[in-house]
Each structure stands twice: as C-alpha cells, then as structure tokens.
Design a protein around this ligand. Structure first.
Ligand SMILES: [Zn+2]
Length: 329
C-alpha cells in the first residue's frame, strides 16, 4: 500500500462494450447498452474533463489472454449456440448461427474484458480507474452462467502478472457488492491464496446452490431479501474496514477490484435488496474512500443492474469520483 499514490481517475470505455443483437438482447432484463447511456450522461456533465480522463479500449481480449483463465475446451464450446445460450440464459438466441452470436454478443464481452485489464493497469499507475463494463462475476474457468462468459477480473490479474506489471505473489482484494454472490470469481481464484474475497449479497437468490463458491469467500456477508439502506450500509461499514486492515496487515494490498453492481437498487427485478439510489451512491463513496485512504490502487467495474435507472446510478457514482479527484487528472 502506498498512501502517497496520487489519484488521477481514469474511465475506460469504448462503444464496442455495448451489446446489440437484432433487439433480441432485450429478452434478458440486463440493459446491454447501459454503458453507452452512462457515458453520455457523464459526457454531458463533464465534457472535456471526461475526455482527458478517458482510456479508450483498444481491442477485444485475445484468445491467449482468455486462456490464462479459461480452458480451451470451454472457449471452443462457446461456438455452439445451444451451449452459449444456456450460459447467457437466452434460449431464444439458440437459433442464431454461432458466428453471428460471436460477433454480436461475445465480441462486445471480449471488448469489456479487455477494458477491465486496461482499467487494472491504469489503477496501478493512476490510483483509480473505472471500466464502464465488465464485472462478469459468474463466469468460471470452465463454465459461463448468469449472462457472464469471460472471467474479466481474473483475466486482468493474470494478464498483468504475465506482463510483469503485477508481481506473481502480489496480494489483491475483490470486493463484490452486486446483489448476486460472485461465484465465478470464487472459482477463478479458488487456489490463489493471494486473492482475498469480500462478498455481500442477497443470500436467498441465485447462485444459491454453489456451496463451493461460498466456502471460498474470506468475508462472507449474505443478506436477507428487502434489507434496505440502514442495515445494508451498517453491515458494509462495519465489516469492510476491518477486512482491509486484516488483509493488509502482513503484506501490502497491491490492487483492489470493486464490483459495484447496481442491482441492490429498490425495484430491481432480480436483486431484491431494496436499497435506495442514495444508498447505492453512499455505498460507492464509502468503498472508494476506504480503499483510497489506504492507498490501494482500485478498479471499479459496473456488473449487474436491471432497472432502467442503472445507467444513472453508474453515472452518479463516477461523477462523484471525478468531482472528488478528477480536477487533478
Ligand atoms: Zn447481480
């Protein structure tokens, strides 16, 4: 940890992060173009400052990067429409030929996956970076599920280690506040004792049955449906500082990933946690402040969020980061 690390936030985004597949993507409640909407809102608010903070994703993640985490057999099977559509929970897409699905659905996910790697590299250099996309926390090394195909966070870690940007035994933390438990992250880091996982989620929804994942979490905070702002923020503010202090006690934490899924929002059809928009903003401010106070380079990914207001929630949290630190960009 380096308390003197300067904070110059970077926002990673390219229009290719957005998924558009003949309108069929709307069969899933996830708004696959919310990154574009969030970007436009931010651009309207910050204009040239946002352009100065921007890192434009340069390309999709390559196969040699994906295989740092995923098995070649899994990547090959993604070309089978039935296999892919089960993972996407979109059976209606199974009639679309594999190459078209790859182009319209998987390729944008590979762009967003590359975005997480760029954001991680930028965080190490500038202290704080947001990928408008990514946070595919249900993707496992040999299986995709819950609209998550590529394990972007694990791919980012392994890519930076391979480049030598992040030492092999560097300690990292993953803080997951999406309403769903991040089971894919648990599987991807199952045998990595340098990765420490904090996960607070609705304990009564998918992926309920994944006990192996639950057992891997270092700080496990399942919540009741309908938790609401007061208890949600109380559980978070009570647990997170102690978790960060204990992980960083013997070895510095070199990098933190923050899954800032917006589906705890009240009215979200999948999240069920009944947290207000103000509560989500307060949550994001608290997490980022805790990490910045400890000088831990931080990557925020946007993950789930199934209400039409998800783009605005993301824009509001990123606006806060830019107002707080962006003038020094
Ligand atoms: Zn979720």
């Amino acid at each position: 940890m380096d308390p003197d690390l300067p904070t110059h936030p970077r926002i990673v985004y390219a229009r290719q992060h957005n998924i558009s597949c003949f309108g069929l993507e709307r069969l899933h409640p996830f708004d696959s173009c919310k990154y574009r909407s969030a970007w436009r809102l931010l651009h309207g608010r910050f204009g040239s400052l946002l352009r100065r903070c921007r890192i434009r994703t340069d390309r999709p993640a390559r196969t040699d990067e994906l295989t740092l985490v995923h098995s070649p057999d899994y990547l090959r099977r993604l070309r089978e429409p039935r296999f892919l559509c089960r993972a996407l929970e979109l059976p209606a897409l199974a009639r679309i030929p594999g190459p078209l699905l790859d182009h319209f659905v998987l390729r944008p996910m590979r762009w967003a996956t590359r975005g997480t790697t760029l954001a991680a590299a930028a965080a190490l250099q500038h202290g704080l970076a947001v990928n408008l996309g990514g946070g595919f926390h249900h993707a496992k090394p040999a299986a995709g599920e819950g609209f998550c195909i590529y394990a972007d966070v694990a791919i980012a870690v392994r890519s930076l280690q391979q480049q030598g940007t992040l030492p092999d035994h560097a300690r990292i933390v993953h803080i997951d506040l999406d309403a769903h438990q991040g089971n894919g992250v648990c599987h991807a880091f199952r045998d990595d004792r340098n990765a420490f996982l904090f996960d607070m989620y609705n304990g009564s929804i998918y992926p309920l049955a994944d006990r192996l994942a639950r057992d891997r979490i270092d700080c496990d905070l399942p919540l009741q449906p309908g938790t609401g702002d007061e208890e949600y923020l109380d559980r978070l503010t009570t647990a997170l500082p102690g978790f960060l202090d204990s992980v960083g006690k013997s070895h510095p934490v070199r990098l933190a990933f923050y899954n800032a899924g917006t589906d705890p929002l009240a009215g979200d059809p999948l999240g069920g946690l009944d947290v207000s928009a103000d509560g989500i903003l307060e949550r994001d401010r608290f997490v980022i402040r805790q990490l910045r106070d400890r000088g831990i380079p931080t990557v925020m990914v946007t993950s789930g969020g199934y209400t039409s207001g998800s783009d605005r929630l993301i824009a509001d949290s990123v606006s806060h980061l830019l107002q707080q630190w962006g003038k020094r960009a």
